[in-house]
Write a protein that binds this ligand. Structure first.
Ligand code: URA
Length: 433
């Protein structure tokens, strides 16, 4: 087999065989395929696309490029969730303990943040002592003992994806639906889950900017999961403003605890509870979504979800007291208010810009090796659609060493007209029966 033929076939709009795709990915992993040939093939895929069969073959080849976690010794349908990333997205922190409290084993792998988006692993790192990188035995032990396991993706999972992603990053080939699908699904399949709920976001702070792009990605993810025989469902959700009221690691842990204690009636709470219910449904613990939503609400109201959160933190070396006494979490020395210059309705927020501001304060990484300040971040004091008076606080910057850059006009747009309320859930996409 020659890489030249693969590139030529795809350039002309042809289909690659499973064997050809496996040959390419094995070569990428072993370092025997020159980067210029992989780059050319990536660009050809960007232009010509891949059908579901090819995308599944790429997914499986990338999954098999590294270690796979075997969770078969843990009873039950193991459920994971993936979000395509957003600013202030702390839904994983909320729903993990809830799903476990509903009797469905919740086995999740999470990432670290880069640029304007935060990472679940970084948020969990704010809990003193908590181990965020678990080896397979520790992962299974956490799942058995508490019903919940969450670990950073270790370097031996899908090494081909890491190499290809680095190449996509410098060749403008990140934005390709089959390449994104294979990248996400290979890591999820390597993580050993049986069922997967996907939250595909669209909007200013998200990877997919328009509902059409987000829907296309959601359909592709569901099609590949289904072709592999996995239970899978995707929600397409709108991200017009940061999710919840906080951006920053310890701040987001605090907000997750408030929701798990039943305080707070926000988009974040509604979205987290809905995603949790979808996971409980896919996990087979309930027959209908309504039943799953009731079960989820009961897990929160009874305090059982919070009990799982504490038990999970303690099991993995963390200090569970920090979930009830926030002074034990990393903090910020200064709180700098950002007031509105004029009165008006909040018409729009640039989530990406707010994510970058939080990064400037030290809550996120500009480069992969940056060290985070886990106590800093932003409290978002208003929501889109709310009326604010001149001088009213829009944001509170929680700072230690670094101050945020002054906010350029337009990050939070105020105007006389009240914007139409828009739903957070745009569509739910199920596998074909
Ligand atoms: N997230 C991933 O894991 N991979 C992509 O290609 C894009 C987003």
């Amino acid at each position: 087999m020659r890489m030249y033929d693969l590139i030529y076939t795809k350039k002309e709009g042809g289909r690659l065989s499973d064997e050809q795709i496996a040959f390419w990915v094995r070569g990428v992993t072993a370092g025997t395929v020159p980067e210029e040939q992989s780059a050319a093939l990536l660009m050809a895929v960007c232009w010509r696309g891949m059908d579901t069969r090819e995308t599944l073959a790429l997914t499986l080849a990338m999954r098999d490029s590294g270690r796979r976690l075997d969770l078969s010794s843990v009873p039950g349908v193991k459920v994971d969730k993936h979000s395509t990333g957003g600013v202030g997205d702390k839904t994983t922190l909320v729903l993990g303990p809830i799903v476990a409290a509903c009797g469905v084993p919740c086995a999740m792998f999470s990432g670290r943040g880069l640029g304007h988006t935060g990472g679940t692993v970084d948020k969990y790192s704010a809990i003193p002592g908590l181990r965020v990188e678990l080896d397979p035995d520790a992962f299974r032990a956490s799942l058995r003992a508490t019903g919940f396991a969450n670990s950073a993706q270790t370097g031996d999972i899908c090494p081909a994806d890491r190499k290809l992603y680095a190449l996509r990053d410098v060749t403008a080939t990140v934005e390709s639906i089959p390449l994104i699908t294979a990248s996400i699904m290979s890591k999820k399949l390597a993580g050993g889950c049986d069922a997967l709920v996907l939250d595909v976001k669209c909007g200013s702070g998200a990877f997919m900017k328009t509902p059409e792009q987000a829907r296309a990605l959601a359909r592709s993810l569901v099609a590949v999961g289904q072709a592999h025989g996995m239970r899978v469902k995707a929600l397409v959700t709108r991200m017009a403003e940061p999710l919840g009221r906080t951006i920053g690691n310890a701040l987001e842990v605090m907000e997750s605890v408030e929701i798990l204690k039943g305080q707070g009636d926000s988009d974040l709470a509604r979205m987290s509870l809905r995603l949790a219910a979808e996971m409980v449904l896919l996990g087979g613990a309930c027959a209908t979504l309504d039943e799953a939503e009731d079960r989820v609400a009961e897990a929160v109201a009874s305090g059982r979800a919070m009990a799982v959160y504490r038990a999970w933190v303690a099991h993995n070396g963390g200090d569970p007291r920090a979930l009830d006494d926030f002074s034990l979490l990393p903090g910020a020395r200064r709180r700098v208010p950002v007031p509105a210059e004029a009165s008006g309705y909040v018409q729009a927020m640039d989530s990406r810009a707010l994510g970058l501001l939080a990064m400037e304060l030290g809550a996120g990484r500009r480069d992969r090796d940056d060290v985070l300040d886990l106590g800093v971040g932003i409290q978002v004091e208003v929501r889109v659609g709310q009326w604010v008076e001149a001088g009213q606080r829009l944001l509170t910057l929680c700072c230690n060493e670094r101050d945020g850059q002054p906010l350029p006009a337009g990050w939070i747009t105020l105007g006389p007209a009240r914007p139409e309320p828009a739903p957070w859930l745009l569509e739910s996409i199920e596998a074909d029966r």
